[in-house]
Design a protein around this ligand. Structure first.
Ligand SMILES: *[C@@H]1O[C@H](CO)[C@@H](O)[C@H](O)[C@H]1NC(C)=O
Ligand SMILES: *[C@@H]1O[C@H](CO)[C@@H](O)[C@H](O)[C@H]1NC(C)=O
Ligand SMILES: *[C@@H]1O[C@H](CO)[C@@H](O)[C@H](O)[C@H]1NC(C)=O
Length: 351
C-alpha cells in the first residue's frame, strides 16, 4: 500500500484535531539540554528545531521557551518547543564521514532541513480524532529511545521508532527497526512516536521517560487504555525526519562487503539506537485549544507563519568544530567511535 498524506488530506472530513506541520532547522550543534544540561559540547551531535531560546541549560526552573524565544522555525507561530534527534553520517570507503542533511516532507518543499511534527488524538489516518487528550504542561520534557540499544530486542522496547526507505516521497510502508540495507531513492525517513500516557504529576523524571508510559494493553492506535500509574491520555507526538541520501546512493560509494554505510553521530550503525527529545514550549494554552478544535490538519485555531519566517529563524552554533557539512571529516564530532557490529553487516533486506 502506498498511501500518501497528500491523498489523505484530500479525503478529509473533520472532527477534533490532528496537526501536522513543518519546522526548519534551528541549528545543528553538539548540545543536549535534556540529557546533559549545561554541557557544551555534549557527547554527540544533534539537529534541533523550534524556538530560538534553545541553549545548553534549559532547566524548567529558569527557562520558559515561549517567554524567552523571539522566533520559531516551526509553522505554528505559538510553538516555541524544541525537538531534536541525533545527526546522521555517511561513511565513505576511505573511512571519512559526511553529514547527511535533512529535507522537507511532501507539502513542505522549500523548508530548510528540519523535520515534520505531528500532534494527534487518535491514529494518523483516523479523520475523526475524537479521543480527548490533555496537552503537555509548561516545563514538560521527555525522551524516547536508547542510544545504547544495539540489538533488535533492545530496540523493540520502543515499538514506534522506525525507518522507512523512501522509494518516492509518498512511501510509508514498510517500516523497519534497522537502517535500510540498500540505497533509498527518495531518502531515509526516520519515524519517532512518543508514549502517550502521563503520570499526571511530573514534568520530567531522572531518565526523562518514567513519567510517561505506553498504553497498558493494545496501542495508542487501537485506543488501548492508559495504565493506572500513568492515567492521563496525552496527544501522540510524532516526528518524521527525512534524510537527503541522494548524494550517497550510488552503489559504487557503498562498502564492498555489503555493510550499510550510515552511522548516527553517537556511533550506532544498526539504527537500533534511534532516539528523540522534546521540550514543550507552546505559548499559554495554544496547544490545548487546538487539540479541542474539531479539525484534521486544517485547524483554524493554529496560528501559522510563512515558510520564509520559519527559514529565517536560527541560532548560531555554540560548539565550534567541523561537523562534515563541506569537507569529509576523519572522525565523527567528539571523536565518537562508530561500532560496526554483526547487526550492521547483516543484509537483512537484500535478496
Ligand atoms: C574519501 O572519500 C570521499 C568520498 O568518496 C572523497 O570525496 C574524498 O576525497 C576521499 N578522501 C581522501 C582523503 O581520499
Ligand atoms: C485492555 O484493557 C481493558 C480494560 O482492562 C479491557 O477492557 C480490554 O479488553 C483490553 N484490551 C485488550 C486488547 O486486551
Ligand atoms: C575512540 O577510540 C579512540 C581510540 O581507541 C579513543 O582514543 C577515543 O577516546 C574514543 N572516543 C571516545 C569518544 O570514546
Amino acid at each position: 500500500m502506498h498511501l500518501t498524506y497528500l491523498s489523505i488530506l484530500a479525503l478529509v472530513t473533520s472532527s477534533h484535531a490532528l496537526i501536522r506541520f513543518g519546522c526548519s532547522q534551528l541549528v545543528v550543534d553538539r548540545l543536549d539540554p535534556l540529557v546533559e544540561p549545561g554541557n557544551a559540547p555534549s557527547a554527540h551531535l544533534h539537529q534541533i528545531i523550534g524556538g530560538n531560546s534553545f541553549v545548553p541549560d534549559m532547566s524548567p526552573a529558569t527557562h520558559d521557551p515561549p517567554a524567552m524565544s523571539t522566533c520559531t522555525t516551526c509553522q505554528p507561530a505559538d510553538d516555541f518547543s524544541n525537538y531534536w534527534t541525533a545527526s546522521l553520517y555517511f561513511r565513505a570507503r576511505n573511512g571519512t564521514y559526511k553529514r547527511v542533511t535533512q529535507k522537507g516532507n511532501s507539502g513542505f518543499e522549500g523548508q530548510n532541513g528540519g523535520m515534520t511534527v505531528y500532534y494527534m488524538q487518535n491514529q494518523l489516518a483516523d479523520y475523526l480524532q475524537k479521543a480527548k487528550v490533555k496537552a503537555f504542561q509548561p516545563g514538560f520534557r521527555m525522551l524516547i529511545g536508547a542510544p545504547t540499544a544495539s540489538t533488535k530486542a533492545e530496540a523493540d522496547k520502543f515499538p514506534q521508532l522506525t525507518y522507512t526507505c523512501l522509494q518516492d516521497p509518498g512511501t510509508r510502508f514498510p517500516e523497519t527497526k534497522e537502517f535500510p540495507r540498500k540505497p533509498c531513492p527518495a531518502g531515509i525517513m526516520v519515524n519517532l512516536r512518543f508514549p502517550t500516557c502521563w503520570n499526571g504529576k511530573d514534568i520530567d523524571s531522572p531518565d526523562h521517560m518514567a513519567h510517561m508510559s505506553y498504553p497498558a494493553n493494545g496501542t495508542f492506535e487501537s485506543q488501548g487504555p492508559c495504565p493506572s500509574s500513568h492515567p492521563v491520555r496525552m496527544p501522540q507526538l510524532m516526528y518524521e525526519v527525512i534524510y537527503e541520501t541522494a548524494p550517497f546512493n550510488d552503489a559504487s560509494l557503498w562498502p564492498e562487503d555489503g555493510t550499510q554505510p550510515f552511522v548516527y553521530s553517537f556511533g550506532d550503525t544498526t539504527g537500533y539506537g534511534n532516539h528523540g527529545d522534546y521540550i514543550f514550549g507552546w505559548k499559554d494554552d495554544a496547544l490545548q485549544t487546538i487539540m479541542d478544535e474539531e479539525c484534521y490538519v486544517g485547524c483554524t485555531s493554529m496560528k501559522t507563519q510563512i515558510m520564509d519566517a520559519m527559514n529565517a529563524c536560527s541560532v548560531g552554533r555554540k560548539v565550534v568544530e567541523d561537523i562534515g557539512d563541506e569537507d569529509w571529516i576523519p572522525a565523527l564530532p567528539g571523536h565518537v567511535n562508530a561500532t560496526w557490529t554483526t547487526a550492521s553487516k547483516t543484509n537483512v533486506f537484500r535478496a
